[in-house]
Design a binder for this molecule. Structure first.
Ligand code: TRP
Length: 337
């Protein structure tokens, strides 16, 4: 097997991983890991969390643990993947600083997420140097490992585009140090939240990946269904039923077809369907939940993985930085002891 290519991706620590994160990113990362084709690096972007949460960083520590614990519970294997914490690898910061010398300001100002997020999170002052540099730090995260592929959602397309521009400019000034990172957009199923909008922490409509059986039952009960189906005897329309989307994610084909039919003919009611869905989901998520319970009994599983992973990440990042310092002529062999 020729493992010469590097895959890297990360997520900000937003706490418990939910089904949207899982189907949208984490499951895909685990498949890349299990393919055995790449060196996989996955990290928690705690510095990126600070770009928007600098005024109240109190949640970042615990959210980091939650995220790493859920990744491992979901099948990320610290033996196969390098799982690490961004702030443990200072090379990201050094490279971010060096890149900041070459990146023209307008490149950062025109990244759509810069203005969008400022407008969306208007309760926070995001008119900061760090927030402007968000995609540049992201670039450093990627290229410090000389990564070839970055599995991300379409929402990160503009960031990756900028990363390639930053790389081209760097290589142009200082020589061919970095490969141009390519995004890996894998088709992922749409995961609606309980209310039918995109599943997202900020909408409060999530189902945690490691939810307990009772938690799943309670959450599924609050799911929106076909809004036109008012009485039990009304025929329903699965095409506009949010609950039905979850059958597509979790149920086998025969069940999907049966529910489709029984809903349209009013043979099954929404409450019964919710009860069925909850049990199917509880069963499907059982291995993840059990692994997560094991981790809760022994949190060192997570801390050890992050410690070892961060060490391994530092080695690769350190090699890159030696090349970068030489290329930029900020290298003083005379001072080596
Ligand atoms: N911006 C990513 C997010 O949506 C997180 C991130 C930070 C990232 N650095 C990265 C993703 C490098 C991929 C590669 O949370």
């Amino acid at each position: 097997m020729n493992q010469s290519q590097y895959v890297l991706s990360g997520l900000r620590p937003t706490g418990r991983v939910h089904l949207g994160n899982y189907f949208g990113a984490v499951r895909n990362w685990i498949q890349l890991q299990d393919s055995g084709k790449y060196h996989c690096y996955y990290f928690i972007a705690d510095w990126h969390a600070l770009t928007s949460d600098y005024a109240d960083p109190s949640k970042i520590h615990d959210a980091t643990f939650e995220a790493a614990a859920d990744w491992i519970a979901a099948g990320m294997d610290p033996q196969k993947s390098t799982i690490f914490l961004q702030s443990q690898v200072k090379e990201h910061a050094e490279l971010h600083l060096l890149l900041s010398m070459t990146t023209p300001l307008p490149w950062l100002e025109r990244v759509p997420t810069f203005k969008d997020q400022q407008a969306q999170l208007e309760d926070k002052d995001l008119n900061t140097y760090g927030f402007l540099g968000y995609p540049q730090l992201q670039t450093a995260d990627i290229i410090v490992y000389r990564a070839h592929y970055v599995p991300v959602g379409e929402d990160q397309a503009a960031h990756l585009e900028l990363s390639r521009e930053i790389v081209r400019r760097f290589n142009n000034f200082y020589g061919p140090v970095f490969p141009e990172p390519q995004p890996l957009f894998t088709p992922t199923p749409k995961v609606p939240g309980l209310d039918g909008r995109k599943m997202s922490k900020s909408y409060g409509n999530t189902i945690p990946l490691s939810a307990s059986a009772d938690e799943i039952r309670a959450l599924v009960m609050t799911m929106f269904t076909d809004p036109n189906r008012i009485r039990r005897k009304d025929p329903g329309n699965p095409d506009i039923c949010n609950l039905f989307q979850f059958h597509k994610l979790f149920s086998d084909e025969a069940t999907v077809a049966r529910i489709d039919h029984e809903c349209r003919t009013a043979q099954i009611g929404c409450v019964d369907d919710k009860k069925l869905m909850a049990e199917i989901m509880i069963e499907a998520l059982r291995p993840i939940r059990e692994k997560r319970e094991e981790i809760n009994r022994d949190p060192s599983i997570v801390w050890d993985a992050l410690r070892v992973g961060s060490q391994r990440a530092r080695e690769r990042a350190g090699e890159t930085m030696e090349v970068v310092r030489k290329a930029m002529q900020i290298d003083f062999p005379e001072l080596r002891s």
